[in-house]
Write a new protein. Structure first.
Length: 308
């Protein structure tokens, strides 16, 4: 993990981290304007790469597969539009259907990368305790759903590599490759669902959803107040934009209208800053230490050691 992001994770409390993660998931779900979704995707990729590099490229492969499958299915299901691009038998590809498919694919990919960041930052025990106290019935499902998406991707990567050695002829193109991909997806879903149900049953048998766990005392520092203020302010603005339909397009329509104005630009900037918040806070703190604290503290203090 990058040193600047590590500072953010270690110096803010669990409530602040949870609010940050919840907000980036909300942002990934809220907007479907392509200008906004592409900006969000770039910001998510930057944070994801700096947070957990060892699994980044495997996740790139998985998210690419999800994107292509989503686009293909939507092209088949939604063939609306008047500006034809291609006609293949029963399949009609139009400018509008292609635009809808790409937008839906980007939305799914953004959601996957927000879960990737969640898995890197989340302190599962504290989040589970918060949800158990407020929403007992959904605490287990929420935790398992978010934690098992990276698990499914790891299973996908491992199973695909094993099949290359076990299958005598591994097709790289044509219909047989599609058939092998479908078989691989079925195997992965079977494994993931089985693992999901086993862990869920174990937690229920142990009575986790009925326990009234007492959380330890959480201390708020100045950095927590500043970060939460920014997150809450961003949430209020996003809610207002959602109510006014700003940043959203008429998805699925045969008359797809994509607009760009100063409000769209504002949403792009606000959400980019929000997603890059750990990097920005860590960078500001490092510069503050470099030009001020390092000149006034002894070299063997905790502050100096953390940046060596």
């Amino acid at each position: 993990m990058n040193r600047l992001i590590l500072f953010f994770q270690k110096n803010v409390n669990s409530i602040t981290v949870f609010a940050y993660l919840l907000n980036i998931i909300l942002v990934s779900l809220l907007y479907n304007n392509p200008f906004i979704t592409i900006t969000i995707l770039i910001s998510l990729l930057i944070i994801s790469f700096l947070t957990r590099r060892e699994k980044f490229f495997s996740y790139i492969g998985f998210s690419s597969v999800v994107f292509l499958v989503t686009v293909l299915f939507n092209l088949i299901l939604n063939q609306r539009g008047t500006h034809n691009l291609l006609m293949i038998g029963f399949l009609k590809i139009t400018m509008e259907s292609l635009g809808n498919s790409l937008i839906l694919g980007l939305s799914f990919v953004n959601l996957l990368w927000s879960f990737y960041i969640y898995d890197s930052f989340a302190r599962t025990k504290v989040i589970f305790e918060v949800l158990s106290r407020l929403f007992k019935s959904i605490a287990i499902i929420f935790i398992l759903t978010l934690k098992f998406i990276p698990e499914i991707i790891q299973t996908f990567t491992e199973t695909r590599e094993l099949r290359k050695f076990r299958v005598n002829i591994f097709e790289t193109k044509g219909f047989k490759k599609i058939q092998q991909t479908i078989d691989l997806t079925e195997i992965i879903l079977d494994k993931a669902v089985a693992k999901f149900m086993n862990v869920s049953d174990t937690l229920i048998l142990k009575g986790y959803e009925k326990q009234h766990q007492r959380m330890g005392k959480i201390f708020f520092k100045r950095i927590d107040y500043w970060t939460l203020t920014l997150i809450v302010g961003s949430f209020i603005l996003d809610f207002w934009f959602a109510v006014t339909k700003t940043g959203q397009i008429n998805f699925g329509s045969a008359n797809l209208m994509i607009g760009f104005n100063h409000k769209i630009f504002m949403i792009m900037i606000i959400n980019s800053v929000l997603i890059l918040l750990p990097l920005l806070i860590g960078g500001i703190n490092y510069q503050w230490w470099k030009f001020y604290i390092s000149k006034t503290t002894v070299s063997n203090t905790i502050t100096a050691k953390s940046y060596r």
